[in-house]
Every structure is written in structure tokens, then in C-alpha cells.
Design a protein around this ligand. Structure first.
Ligand SMILES: [Zn+2]
Length: 224
């Protein structure tokens, strides 16, 4: 009985020790980005999911970056306007997610059509482009360079697009995220609300570890 009690006390002490050292273990003051990470969302806006993600981000005063599709923004302007009003960064993910097999001119048209929507709603010219499915082609490189865009990928893929349960998404992101990471999520194409429920776990845990969420522009500005 005494041994069981000793073990329980030891476990409780370990737990307290783990909790108290948690932030120090994850974010050190000498790291290049000072604990800044960027949440990014592709493929929206979606009439329901984007709004629910925006509400969650607002609850924690978190700013993120949305790589939108022009065709979805034409159908669902309201969540895009809301994202702009809340101070999120809006960037370009093409007009219809179709980039493979297209010429540089066709791609320029797709990117510019989306940029015009972003400019109209936010008053700001997008500067980053995330290639759909992370696929670069010579034609896309040519289009981006002609338009003055920078291609942006990610350093952590939540893999929410696979239909993974929310808890598994959160577990894997929390296990891998490091200072300066760009984390990929989707606010349109994922089944159900897995992305939202994963974020409900991820955001408060990363904040408790001392991370700060910033937009891509802010993240890259502090690396210079
Ligand atoms: Zn996409």
C-alpha cells in the first residue's frame, strides 16, 4: 500500500514538473523567429467552415493567412470580407485550383483574376502564391516571376485533407511544430469539421507553450 502511495506521489510530482517546464522546452528566447508560427488555410472561403474557424481564431486573438480560390470567393464573398475585417492576411491560391497542364498565360490569368478579388475586398495586393497541391511547373514559375509573386509552401502539413480525425491531426501537429513553422490547413476541402476541432486543441496548447501566431508577412519580416 505504502509503495502504491509513494508511486502516486512520485507521478504527481513528475506531472507538476512537466507542466511547469513545458513552455521553456518548446520556445527559447534565442530562436530565430522568437516563437512565431503561421497558421495558413487553403482553398476557401467556405460559407460555413471558414466562418467557424474565424470565430475560433477571434476567441484567441490569433491572426492567420488564407490562400483563397477566386471561384470560391466569387460564390462566398461574406466569409472573405469577415476575414479581412478581422485582420487576417489574404493570399492567392489560383482561381480554380487547376494549374497542371496550363500555359504561363493561362496561369497568369487565373492568378490575376483572384488577385483582383483580393484587392477589391481588402485593398491590398497579394504577394504570395501557394501552388495547388504544392506542385511547381516551369509554366507556373514563369507566371509567378512575371507577376512578381513569391511561391510559398509549408513546413508542417496537418494532413487534414486526408480525413484524419481531429485528435490525430492535433497530436501530429503538436508533436512536430517548431519555431518559424508555416502550418498547412484547409478551410474548404476537408470532410466534416475535423480542421476546426483540431484547431480547438492546437491553438490553446501552442499559446500555453509560448508560441505566437502571426501572418506570413509578419513571419517573413522577422526573419530578415
Ligand atoms: Zn489547395
Amino acid at each position: 500500500m505504502r509503495a502504491v502511495f509513494r508511486c502516486t506521489v512520485a507521478c504527481a510530482l513528475c506531472f507538476v514538473l512537466l507542466i511547469s517546464t513545458f513552455p521553456v522546452l518548446h520556445v527559447r528566447a534565442d530562436e530565430g523567429y522568437g516563437g512565431r508560427v503561421a497558421l495558413t488555410f487553403d482553398d476557401g472561403p467556405h460559407p460555413g467552415r471558414t466562418k467557424r474557424i474565424l470565430a475560433l481564431l477571434e476567441r484567441y486573438s490569433v491572426r492567420a493567412t488564407f490562400f483563397i480560390l477566386g471561384c470560391n470567393a466569387e460564390y462566398y464573398p461574406e466569409p472573405l470580407e469577415l476575414a479581412v475585417k478581422m485582420g487576417h492576411e489574404i493570399e492567392d491560391h489560383s482561381f480554380d485550383h487547376k494549374t497542371k497542364g496550363k500555359t504561363a498565360d493561362e496561369l497568369k490569368n487565373s492568378i490575376t483574376k483572384t488577385a483582383e478579388i483580393i484587392e477589391r475586398v481588402s485593398g491590398r495586393t497579394p504577394r504570395y502564391f501557394r501552388p495547388p497541391e504544392g506542385a511547381s511547373t516551369p509554366a507556373l514559375d514563369e507566371a509567378l516571376s512575371a507577376l512578381g509573386y513569391e511561391a510559398v509552401f509549408w513546413t508542417v502539413d496537418s494532413r487534414d485533407w486526408t480525413g484524419k480525425p481531429a485528435k490525430a491531426i492535433a497530436r501530429d501537429v503538436l508533436k512536430t511544430v517548431r519555431d518559424g513553422d508555416v502550418i498547412l490547413f484547409h478551410d474548404y476541402t476537408c470532410p466534416g469539421e475535423n480542421t476546426l476541432h483540431a484547431l480547438e486543441i492546437i491553438v490553446p496548447v501552442l499559446l500555453s507553450r509560448g508560441y505566437r501566431f502571426v501572418t506570413l508577412e509578419e513571419l517573413y519580416a522577422c526573419a530578415k
